[in-house]
Design a protein around this ligand. Structure first.
Ligand code: 4AD
Ligand code: MG
Length: 477
């Protein structure tokens, strides 16, 4: 019989059968009990070794971190803590690991320390759980859209446009940085570069996604996006993954309905399919909360919070209504906000978003109809001439998890906006073409995948929910 996954053994499928398992030793106690983990699930498999049948050398090499194969019969365990175990006299050492030097000792390590050994942290319970939950969510995203008849579209990673118009982009170039070609006026001459123009890593697949929606009706992208913003926070990465659905014939309200249904589906999917890992993460968070002073602790545990979000309607309110609430909020009056709210038009900071969600409504909130001046150029201008049909979904502990809008489908209005922010029309000729030939009302949004994984795993820092985080000053591994 071939190699069997530990998960399947622990499900009871192989009782009384002889199996081979392969994995990494977590602990080895009393020269008799190996806790083996192969990553297929959180729980280790107990392997009971007949140490008299093993040679000294093999016994010595069964150390924390080593990879081994074990062959034996699956039996019901008499010991506490596990239902099944394997009894064996056949152990093969596959890869030795020096227990003195192995950085992961069988004890609790800080998340900060584990970030420094991101190549090994996946071997811990916490990161194994996060990787598995992350995988399940990726699968759920595709399942959700596929079953609704949306098509997945790959949009380019290298582009010549700035979708968000925020200028926070990484240049992609094959020029020799030590000998840059210059134009007559001293600028770098990108016409001599690989693509014959200045290119960058994409900040969003939306603009290309829109072209597909205006033919396939309902599409989504799910790809890596890059932002060169110097935000060293627990919610920002320079490289993150974004899911961007784009739908023809949807207005802003249809868009909000889809966003709410989608995130609830993902939370429910995790609850239905990742319960072992989520139960572990729930406990991890509860232990972490206990270290905090009473008044800083979260009211709800992780699982309770997830169920709450899956089962309750989100609050929907306009930016204007939100400003009224914030202006009169205690932390605003007592000057506790770092950015005080006094005028309509102010951009909302994460402290304001979190106040609305965590203190005022105690629910996820969808804010919509923002001032045009603080939102991207492609958002549809409302009748009032000063707000756009934008919407942000705000989550407890996270702040903005989704940003989206109805798009400006009117050619003339779009051209005006593009001009106003100083983008050359010729740079977006193809985007404008979609408004010249069979334009249609359409909408879409972007869900920050790591922020979602953060919410679902209860991890406080976004660097801990992506295998190898990219942040200012850090591109190790
Ligand atoms: O609000 P953003 O910038 O919207 C867009 O990019 C639109 N083009 C999306 C669309 O309408 N198709 O980003 C969308 C989401 C945010 O709500 C946030 O969850 C996440 O992407 N996000 C980040 N996540 C991690 N690190 C960063 N630096 C992020 N910037 C945005
Ligand atoms: Mg946004």
């Amino acid at each position: 019989m071939g190699k069997i996954k530990i998960k399947d053994i622990l499900n009871g499928k192989y009782l009384q059968q002889e199996v081979t398992v392969k994995g990494w030793v977590r602990t080895f106690r009393s020269n008799r009990f190996i806790a083996l983990n192969d990553g297929s699930c959180l729980t280790n498999l107990q392997i009971v070794v007949d140490f008299e049948a093993l040679d000294e050398q093999t016994l010595k090499q069964i150390t924390t971190g080593a990879s081994i194969a074990a062959r034996g019969v699956v039996v019901e365990s008499l010991g506490k803590g596990q239902a099944y175990e394997i009894q064996t006299s056949e152990i093969e050492i596959i890869g030795v690991s020096d227990p003195e030097k192995y950085p992961l000792q069988p004890k609790k390590h800080s998340l900060e320390f584990l970030r420094e050994i991101a190549h090994l942290r996946v071997r811990t319970n916490t990161f194994g759980a996060i990787y598995r939950v992350r995988h399940n969510l990726i699968y759920a995203v595709h399942k959700y859209f596929h079953e609704k008849g949306f098509f997945n579209v790959h949009t380019p990673i290298i582009t010549g446009s700035d979708a968000e118009g925020a200028g926070e982009m990484f240049t992609v170039s094959a020029l020799d940085l030590d000998h840059l070609p210059r134009t007559d006026d001293g600028q770098v001459d990108f016409s001599a570069d690989f693509f014959g123009k200045h290119t960058n890593l994409t900040v969003s697949g939306q603009l290309e996604g829109e072209t597909a929606a205006l033919a396939l009706t309902e599409i989504y992208t799910f790809g890596p996006t890059f932002r060169a913003e110097n935000s060293n926070t627990s919610r920002h990465l320079a490289e993150f993954w974004m899911i961007e659905p784009e739908m023809a014939f949807y207005d802003l309200h249809d868009n909000m309905d889809l966003a709410e249904e989608f995130v609830k589906y993902l939370v429910s999917f995790a609850l239905e399919n990742c319960m072992d890992d989520l139960t572990f993460l729930n406990q991890r968070l509860a232990d972490e909360e206990k270290q905090k002073p009473q008044h800083q602790r979260q009211e709800m545990g992780l699982l309770a919070q997830l169920r709450f979000v899956a089962d309750n309607e989100f609050v929907r309110l306009t930016y204007t209504e939100a400003i009224d609430i914030l202006r009169n909020a205690k932390p605003n009056k007592k000057k506790k906000f770092a950015y005080l709210i006094d005028e309509w038009g102010a951009d909302l900071q994460s402290e304001h978003e979190r106040y609305l969600v965590e203190k005022h409504f105690k629910k996820p909130v969808i804010l919509y109809n923002y001032p045009a001046s603080i939102k991207a150029f492609y958002m549809r201008l409302n009748q009032d001439g000063k707000t756009v049909a934008a919407m942000d979904v705000l989550f407890p502990g996270i702040g903005e998890i989704i940003g989206g809008s109805q798009r400006e489908e009117r050619y003339d209005v779009l051209v005006e906006k593009i001009k106003a922010i100083g983008i050359a029309e010729k740079d977006l000729w193809w985007y404008l073409d979609t408004r010249r030939f069979g334009t249609a009302p359409h909408s879409g949004f972007g869900l920050g995948f790591e922020r979602l994984v953060q919410f679902i795993t209860g991890m406080g820092n976004i660097r801990d929910v992506i295998p190898f985080p990219r942040t200012p000053g850090n591109a190790e591994f």
